[in-house]
Write a protein that binds this ligand. Structure first.
Ligand code: PLP
Length: 392
């Protein structure tokens, strides 16, 4: 069954159609820490689940979790908002700030920024990230609402610079800017200096920095350091910086979902007014609190994963593929026809992300997994590479 995936997470209808159980397939398509969740999180959840725990409403403000997250980032609890996954918060932000506004989306990137903005009645404007160019491709179809690969968008690696991106932002004067750092799907990670430099091109915009994958990098940093000094010493103008983080990814809580947002307390108050109550369930709040005691576990497992990513990339290079450099555990791989490659791998019960919906129809995205699973992928990819045409 040929498919065009919008997310790398399991598509249960597709699995049903293929007669597959989720446990029978390996997800190289989902950028989640394959070693998690930390055992202490599983134990704490198992110990706490009871009739009364399940029957009780959760704290609708996730207060204890906000305190812990704030302490971790050196911010007051009033600068933290917890959500039912980061995607929930992206849509909340789009609805709070995107209506009838231009939102710059630094692309190719995660589709939920554009989707949220469009559903909020705003207008996504796609700007190529440094190192990328946008190519108008009328054959790029409109997929779902706003996936970046629709509306004639196609992207390709290019020698474009941070300065060019900044100039484009300067000329457009957007109201909102969405930037994913490290970026999904490319794995590129802008330094604090580069992000500040870009910001100078649109300093009056509200900058939303999605750091869902920051903790997968060797040297994580956070724009959270700027949320309280949003205007950089100038008279208050816009709301400045908003930072998003996902605990779903690095602590592997896909079945629960947990994300948070860091911003100036006045911004948090406004967002709280529009967030549906009780959106973060009690199990997720508990898991989040325990997970924040597991920072060493996170450091160790993500370091292991980076090593495995390097080994997987080296293995692919040895077969003749040319994986793109990355700072995280997922990376892009040019394969010629991404959808065909995905479908070939699905037949082998391995899912990779077809990046057509990102505007990259010739790339797949692979998220590294434990060595035995990576070895199986390499074996199959090596076989493909030996076929005439090889698919890349
Ligand atoms: C960049 C980015 N941000 C946010 C999310 C969503 O995170 P969550 O599962 O916590 O909603 C994803 C998931 O794929 C993502 O890639």
């Amino acid at each position: 069954m040929p498919t065009t995936s919008i997310h790398g997470t399991p598509d249960y209808a597709e699995l049903d159609a293929l007669g597959l159980d989720p446990s029978e397939v390996v997800y190289f398509s989902s950028n989640i820490n394959p070693y998690g969740p930390p055992p202490s999180v599983v134990e704490a959840v198992q110990a706490e689940i009871s009739r009364s725990f399940l029957a009780r409403y959760p704290d609708s403000r996730s207060q204890r979790l906000r305190e812990r997250i704030g302490a971790y980032h050196g911010l007051p609890p009033g600068a933290v908002l917890v959500g039912n996954g980061t995607a929930d918060l992206i849509w909340l932000l789009a609805h709070a700030y995107g209506n009838n506004r231009n939102a710059a989306i630094l692309s190719p990137t995660f589709s939920e920024y554009a989707d949220g903005v469009i559903m909020a009645g705003g207008h996504p404007v796609y700007f190529p990230l440094p190192g990328w160019q946008r190519i108008y491709d009328p054959s790029a179809s409109r997929r779902r609402v706003g996936a970046a690969g629709g509306f004639g968008n196609r992207f390709a690696p290019a020698g474009t610079t941070v300065e060019q991106t900044r100039k484009a932002l300067e000329a457009a004067a957007p109201w909102l800017v969405f930037i994913c750092n490290p970026n999904n799907p490319t794995g590129e990670y802008l330094t604090p200096g580069e992000l500040r430099y870009l910001w100078e091109g649109a300093p009056d915009a509200l900058w939303i920095v999605d750091e869902a994958y920051a903790e997968f990098t060797e040297d994580p940093w956070s724009a959270a350091q700027w949320v309280l000094s949003a205007t950089n010493g100038r008279p208050a103008r816009g709301p400045g910086w908003i930072v998003l983080r996902s605990m779903t990814k690095d602590f592997s809580l896909g079945g629960l979902r947990l994300g948070y947002l860091l911003a100036a307390p006045s911004t948090i108050e406004r967002l709280q007014d529009v967030q549906p109550p009780w959106s973060v369930n009690g199990v997720a709040q508990l898991a989040g609190l325990v997970a924040l005691d597991e920072l060493t576990w996170r450091e160790e497992t993500t370091a292991r994963l980076r090593e495995e990513t390097r080994a997987l990339q080296a293995g692919l290079r040895a077969c003749g593929y040319a994986p793109l450099p990355t700072s995280v555990s997922y990376f892009l791989l040019p394969v010629g026809n991404a959808q065909a490659m995905r479908d070939r791998l699905v037949a082998e019960r391995m899912f990779v992300r077809d990046c057509t919906s990102f505007g990259l129809p010739d790339h797949i995205r692979i998220a590294s997994r434990p060595p035995e699973e990576n070895a199986r992928l390499l074996e199959v990819m090596a076989e493909f590479a030996r076929l005439p045409g090889g698919g890349f």
